[in-house]
Design a protein around this ligand. Structure first.
Ligand SMILES: [Zn+2]
Length: 164
């Protein structure tokens, strides 16, 4: 019997009699790597295969228009989680757009909680399960007025001198 060493996990295995050139063992992780490697190589080398891969999720969706609606009905918890995550992604995108229209700042998530402390808040805290979010935004310096009506570009040195 011929024995080979798997090129991924280095374990010794016996190739299948149907696949005499087999170089990867039957372990599911190794087979997954082999398929992924083949797929990557094929996408890089074969433009037609690449196009089929690009088209195929779209075609699948148009052949199965009810799939995701049914999935959401059958997996309400997953659908709800996805809705919440999408809400957070939308909020981040809005804030990023806002930041891009002003001056760039880093958007980072914080795990901070908000605690309500004080007289009279006990009943509020007991009856209120609404989650709170706090956004901490760094104050931005005031914007400089436009330097000139002209469309001509000014050398950076000149602009710095007139701004100071
Ligand atoms: Zn292996």
């Amino acid at each position: 019997m011929v024995e080979r060493r798997c090129r991924y996990c280095q374990r010794v295995f016996q190739p299948s009699k149907f696949q005499p050139r087999q170089s990867v063992c039957c372990d599911s992780g190794c087979q997954r790597r082999r398929r992924a490697e083949y797929h990557r190589g094929k996408i890089a080398a074969d433009p037609e295969y690449r196009q089929v891969c690009l088209d195929s999720p779209q075609k699948w969706r148009s052949r199965n228009p009810e799939y995701w609606r049914q999935y959401r009905e059958q997996h309400p918890a997953a659908a709800e989680r996805n809705r919440q995550q999408q809400h957070v992604r939308d909020q981040k995108r809005r804030l990023r757009n806002l930041a891009n229209n002003n001056s760039a700042f880093d958007l980072k998530h914080s795990v901070a909680e908000v605690w309500l402390v004080g007289a009279g808040l006990q009943s509020l805290a007991n009856n209120n399960s609404a989650p709170a979010q706090v956004w901490v935004l760094e104050a931005l310096p005031p914007r400089k007025p436009p330097q000139s009506e002209s469309c001509k570009q000014q050398p950076p040195g000149l602009q710095a001198a007139s701004a100071g």
